[in-house]
Design a protein around this ligand. Sequence first.
Ligand code: IMP
Length: 423
Amino acid sequence: MPVDAVLGLQWGDEGKGKIVDFLANQYQAVCRFQGGPNAGHTLYLEGEKCVLHTLPSGIFRSNVLNLIGNGVVIDPITLVGEMERVRHHAPDLNERLFVSERAHLILPTHRWIDMASEQARGQEKIGSTLRGIGPCYMDKTGRNGLRAGELRMPSLRASYQALKEKHLQFLKQFPKIDFDLDAEERRWFEAVDHLMSLRFVNSPYWMASLLDKGANLLAEGAQGTMLDVDQGTYPYVTSSNTIAAGISTGLGIAPSSLRRIVGIAKAYCTRVGAGPFPSELEDETGERLRKAGNEFGSTTGRPRRCGWMDLVQLRYACLINGVTDLCITKIDVLNGFDEVGLADAYIDAEGNGTQEMPMDPATLRGVSVTKLPGWNWTPSKVGGLEQLPDAMRHFIEMLCKGAGVPISMLSFGPEREHLLTDL
Ligand code: IMP
């Protein structure tokens, strides 16, 4: 049976968590395939805000299994904290959570390296969440990493010690920063003790046996397409493959298992951290979007940069992910604007219009923006797109036309019921 996917099409924070939570009931398992505690998937359950960092967003559905795939990097401290925070909404969490033995572990020294190397970059900072993500993936690809399957091996302490020593050597090149390694190490090993109660699985076989039994699985992406290490705005990206291709490597399934790819895009763009952002609005309109959309990072609390929906970027994301249908989120945030913008072409360094995402969007001279009439609409129970204001529908039509992909869902508020589906 097939694997479907939910992916972010922009720079992360598109509202994937809510959509995965909604779709989860149609699947036997939700499987996270990359990223780590840099992610912040926000869901509202009976008015209470729940932010998931490492746990898959199917965790609140009592009939759904959840897998932390091999492509994910796990910080035991964050994972244990998160499990305790959400347990009252998911009391049977331990029975439904599975962890790939091949997932890599974030050590306290990975966080230390992240902080020290970001500080050393000065003006060139990536704007990392400082969760140790980049250094952990560096150890993975450098073939030095520690994997979740090793947590149960007698060699754990020795492997930990050896990797820590390497890190301490490496850290000598950076100016000292404040980091209490002894305390962090104690917390790490305490958390590791807690994790022993989880089920560690040989995930490619775990996935295959579910698929053989006819299960439908949902792959959950973190961050967004433009933060992909290969296809994003490098070097201002995260260290994993956030795009659809990452599903196969991050879960251990054949690419041919993929069926539906739901691309999630906000009705405007945001970016947290440094790096090119062609449609950014560094003016009152950007500020207004930030306030209306409450655009502050769910992991770090940092204000997000805001800008108009970027159709060149969206089409690029649909192309490289093979998006089958779109879910547009936070359309309610555009309420009350006299005009809403759609960036529909880039202007290259020579002043020519282009529809291509360049290797480095920082080289662009600008973007061309089409302004469409805005709307005033009080979000209420709606049965279909035809009940929405004409101007809003026109905006959505132009957006889908620009993306070249049809819309299947529209989210207009944070709660589970603020969602139009089967469009
Ligand atoms: P890192 O993955 O923490 O090293 O961060 C690298 C870049 O990706 C920074 O610009 C972060 O702000 C951004 N980033 C990482 N995770 C997320 C996310 O879940 N949402 C939005 N941006 C993210």
